[in-house]
Design a protein around this ligand. Sequence first.
Ligand SMILES: Nc1ncnc2c1ncn2[C@@H]1O[C@H](COP(=O)(O)OP(=O)(O)OP(=O)(O)O)[C@@H](O)[C@H]1O
Ligand SMILES: Cc1cn([C@H]2C[C@H](O)[C@@H](COP(=O)(O)O)O2)c(=O)[nH]c1=O
Length: 207
Amino acid sequence: MSGRFISLEGGEGVGKSTQATRLAEALRDRGVDAIVTREPGGSEGAEAIRDLLMQGSVTRWSAHTEALLFAAARADHVEKHIRPAVEAGEWVICDRFIDSTRAYQGAQGIDDSAILALHAFGSKGLLPDRTFLLEVPQAEGAERATARDGAGADRFAAREGSFHEAVGAAFDRIADAEPDRVHRIDATGSPQQVTARLIDALSDLLP
Ligand SMILES: Nc1ncnc2c1ncn2[C@@H]1O[C@H](COP(=O)(O)OP(=O)(O)OP(=O)(O)O)[C@@H](O)[C@H]1O
Ligand SMILES: Cc1cn([C@H]2C[C@H](O)[C@@H](COP(=O)(O)O)O2)c(=O)[nH]c1=O
């Protein structure tokens, strides 16, 4: 039986990594074979590209170059890790995927159609069976991320508030345009409450 591919999306500090781990545990408790992966990264080659993308000054790469690097990392991740796992019957829970490129590089002026064309070429256009957009007020996400990272913010988290507002608006547009795939999840409250909302929002896919 084929598995499922689930992505978690949203801005900085909304709880994606926390929920990816918790969701996989909750699925395993229900007898589902679930694994967690992340982007950028998730395969050896993609993790090497992640280092290039995350380190250095904010201006190290142009938005065009970033779009190409994210697409290349994703192509390797999909080919080496995601597709084989789903074909083997596993549920793959991915911390960020294509919608992050559409939101973060889109917020820097890269056309959505160009990003989707790169995705069609690099990853054969693979889309998740379901995407959860985790939503908390931007100030709360920023507070959580700052408490976690201190002064060690990466090239993206270090950008100004207006950039993160544009990213949030881009995620909103994607969710409005693709309601069948992209489900909004209230990510306020305790981690336990958020996981319960995710499991509830997956009930139609659960065996
Ligand atoms: N529901 C929650 N309530 C309070 N704090 C939370 C909650 N979920 C996660 N956190 C904490 O907030 C911080 C950010 O969470 P996490 O790393 O899971 O977010 P993220 O969306 O993956 O962030 P980023 O995209 O910036 O990597 C962590 O310190 C985590 O422990
Ligand atoms: C996949 C992807 C990610 N980004 C940005 C978003 C975040 O700021 C970082 C990843 O950090 P995390 O702590 O692992 O969430 O990268 C992006 O700009 N475009 C993308 O496609």
